[in-house]
Design a protein around this ligand. Structure first.
Ligand code: NAP
Ligand code: ZN
Length: 349
């Protein structure tokens, strides 16, 4: 089946309309009419070849929501007409320790929603900037938010789970002081989620213009990270800091804000490395630097249900598919509150 999509033919080329092929619906597959797809900074890194592994044509998009169009003979988890989501994972080995633990995100055979090997044409996965997608039922999430919120649910599938997972893993909640660095797509979700979990939330931003807005998202305090004085006021006080920044920067500035056994979790994935932090900032107070990648399928469902219960969605700006290149430029400037979402109906415009 041929469907309309938007993608790039090269790292130095703009995204443009293209036709792509989706496989026939297999016995365990779910065919989804995509209604909306969020625009993650990872899409930009990948489309522009910044991680050095992009296959072209590249159709990004891993914050997919829509309605089930058809299901294979053995599918029992969803039915045609259901509202569903697909995040960053469309397949995995299904038999390793990680898959058994519901941590498909850490399976060595994980297949990402775009740019991963597949038997489907053209040999690598093509993402959600498209009209339809066909996915094994294991990787299809149920959406219980009201349909009117569907566009704003899309970013939960990556930005939401990527911040939810480390917040849960490190037990963010009442009595914990949690920092969120970078108020973009991931960061604004991190603030909302940490607030809903009951933590004391401090947002770190480089943008003075986001100071008030961060409070509206649920931050108890906002720190301008370029102000040494504001940073020093929080020295040795954090249990957990989640860093979403998409560019290399000085990590020591945040390490020194952790208390004993505090953890700095890096989720931002810059194209080039951060300068190595000072070892003494780790060994004093037994601090740790960790990484975290999206989340497993059961945890993604848990996150969606948590958000539905707490009335949490992303703050979005809906765009036409043809506005994607301009949106990438604006995302690079931090000029979005806080996530662009493509209205898939505009793929045919
Ligand atoms: P985004 O919307 O562009 O947000 C990043 C934010 O970081 C910006 O809004 C800005 O916030 C801050 N920032 C950007 N450049 C900066 C710089 N040079 N110095 C200091 N702060 C800067 O991006 P996103 O979609 O949230 O993604 C963030 C990163 O996470 C990307 O690298 C992406 O690839 C990665 N990611 C990782 C995972 C994972 O599984 N680990 C999943 C999804 C995405 P302020 O204006 O508030 O400073
Ligand atoms: Zn993403």
């Amino acid at each position: 089946m041929t469907v309309k999509a938007y993608g790039a033919h090269g790292g130095d080329q703009p995204l443009e309309a293209m036709d792509i092929t989706r496989r026939a619906v297999g016995a365990h597959d779910v065919q989804i009419d995509i209604a909306y797809c969020g625009v993650c900074h990872s899409d930009l890194h990948q489309a522009r070849g910044e991680w050095g592994n992009t296959q072209y044509p590249c159709v990004p998009g891993h914050e997919i929501v829509g309605r089930v169009a058809a299901v294979g003979a053995h599918v029992s988890s969803v039915r045609p007409g259901d509202l569903v989501g697909v995040g960053c994972i469309v397949d995995s080995c299904k038999q390793c320790e990680d898959c058994d633990a519901g941590l498909e995100n850490y399976c060595d055979g994980m297949i990402g929603t775009y740019n991963f090997p597949t038997a489907d044409e053209p040999g690598w996965t093509l993402g959600g900037y498209s009209q339809q997608v066909v996915v094994h039922e294991r990787y299809v999430l149920r959406v219980s938010h009201p349909e009117a919120q569907l566009a704003a649910v899309a970013p939960l599938l990556c930005a939401g789970i990527t911040t939810y997972s480390p917040l849960r893993h490190y037990n963010a909640g009442p009595g914990k002081k949690v920092g969120i660095v970078g108020i973009g797509g991931l960061g604004h979700m991190g603030i909302k989620l940490a607030h809903a979990m009951g933590a004391h939330v401090v947002a770190f931003t480089t943008s003075e213009s986001k100071r008030e807005a961060a409070r509206d998202l649920g931050a108890d305090e906002v720190v301008l990270s370029s102000s040494a004085e504001e940073m020093a006021a929080h020295a040795k006080t954090f249990d957990l800091i989640i860093n979403t920044v998409a560019a290399p920067h000085d990590l020591d500035a945040f390490l020194t804000l952790l208390k004993r056994d505090g953890n700095l979790t890096l989720v931002g994935a810059p194209a080039s490395p951060h300068p190595s932090p000072a070892v003494f900032n780790l060994i004093f107070k037994r601090r740790a630097i960790a990484g975290s990648m999206i989340g497993g399928i059961p945890e993604t469902q848990e996150m969606l249900d948590f958000c539905a219960r707490h009335g949490i969605v992303s703050d979005i700006e809906l765009i036409k598919a043809s506005e994607i290149n301009e949106s990438y430029e604006r995302m690079l400037k931090g000029d979005v509150k806080y996530r662009f979402v493509i209205d898939s109906a505009t793929l045919t415009a």
